[in-house]
Design a protein around this ligand. Sequence first.
Ligand code: NAP
Length: 540
Amino acid sequence: MQADPIGGAAPDFDVLIIGAGLSGLYQLYRVRELGLSAHVIEAGSDVGGTWYWNRYPGARFDSESWTYGFSFSPELLQEWNWTEHFSPQPENLRYCRFVADKFDLRRDIAFGRRVTRADWDEASRSWRLSIDDGRTLTARFLITAMGALSVPTLPRIAGIDSFAGQSCHTANWPHEPVSFEGKRVAVIGTGATGVQTIQEVAKTAAHLTVFQRTPNWCAPLHNALITDAEQRDIKSRYAEIYQQCRENVSGFIHQPDPRSALEVSAQEREAFWEKRYGEPGFGIWVGNFRDILTDRSANALISDFIARKIRSRVKDPVTAEKLIPKNHGFGTRRLPLETRYYEVYNQPNVELVDLTETPIESITPAGIRCGGREQAFDMIIFATGFDALTGAYDAMDIRGTGGRSLKDQWAQGARTFYGILNDGFPNLLMVMGPMGSLGNIPRAIEYNVEWVSGLLRHMRDHQRDRVEVPRAGVDAWMEVVRKASVGLLSNEVNSWMTGVNSNVAGRTTRVLARYSGTGPEYRSRADAVAAGGYADLAFD
Ligand code: NAP
């Protein structure tokens, strides 16, 4: 990379990064290590991304804390003590702050600023970013580290703005403590966020009404404090733990059982599932028989097992049936993990409203009108999800060569090269962009950041200052994405993972929205691109 390779004014920075969540923090660390100048623009007033914004009650990891943290620094691994196996949001935010301070990252981050527009300028081979404070910044490279689930969406319900009480989306939760004591609270939405919120609010609210449109299959989290002995054991085994995550299909610690659910006896199957149901974390989902997410009969069996669990935990049989999903099988949507979630519905202060029977008609100044009756509330909580994967990109006006718009280019669905590059958008590198690898998110982030950093190193070492993926490279990756999606039951179900969000115009039908192959396959292919000297890419 040259400071001023083509004779014009040098850009302000080598690299501009959007976002100071886990992706942006680690990307900044790696960019600095390459000796490049970098600046980060972050909308929040602090680092943390997801863990900065999602302060709703009960927010915590669903993957083991000790598989979630950064693995790149052995020193950091030894210094930081997780206190719970599934750490809560306040501690997760403290961790992000600890990382930022330990590596002195804050001095290159501008907080409380949003990028409104990004334009590629071919003449100077640089990106020009318009910031909402009126400034313009330029850089040779633009790295987006904006998160896959960072644009919250509110339901399109008549009167939503007329509510006179307190209301908020879970991802825009107030920084001040919120008390539910003595309050009549409504929660709309029963995804992973809604489930965590509901079980917490139910503890103190005078009355909680849950508005459920689609029930989700949930399984117990089994959280616990980390004992001193466990802490010592975890710290002595970090290398082994992260190796296990690397080998796992989705970056978690739970290894799938190589057997088919259909080849074992009913007794054996039941005993295996009882064991998994009693264990912490995602084992029942990703550490299950190999075919529960691909074979309809195997999926029907595990769904029946979980349905029986729900019936045994919810006293009222009518309520239990409402909580059992009927339109999708177990694990085909992201599994919410819970702590006494089903028992909440046995409490006298909790009511479940099934929106398939009585849809919400309107939100009024006093509360919610549904099924012909108006219920008064002091607070409405929207746990209604995100404009996932592409939302943060659509929210910004990103213009590539010849002024082409990324939003228009993705109008029929996002198309990328490994979730990192787009044709027509030189020097735009995405961390966790659409069609990249997901799974245990920090594990995917670390790999993604390291791949991007490897490309930057290659360009620095070979004196290149422009990289673009040809259309053929994107086509080839999208074919890999398409093939990987075949046969997965999750791709036959409406969810953010198949691009469906009823609250966003044009997102009502399923599309190929993500790479659903395995992490090891993704990494081996992406490693091969790097090992081949990035021959798939065009450099100048
Ligand atoms: P979500 O899974 O998209 O769930 C949104 C919920 O809101 C669904 O129950 C949805 O119902 C409902 N909803 C949306 N619009 C509605 C409307 N107009 N009327 C009634 N109901 C409506 O969103 P999320 O729960 O925030 O979770 C998103 C993702 O974030 C998760 O899948 C997970 O990847 C991540 N997450 C992670 C953690 C963790 O790691 N600890 C915790 C929370 C979330 P329908 O299903 O009918 O659309």
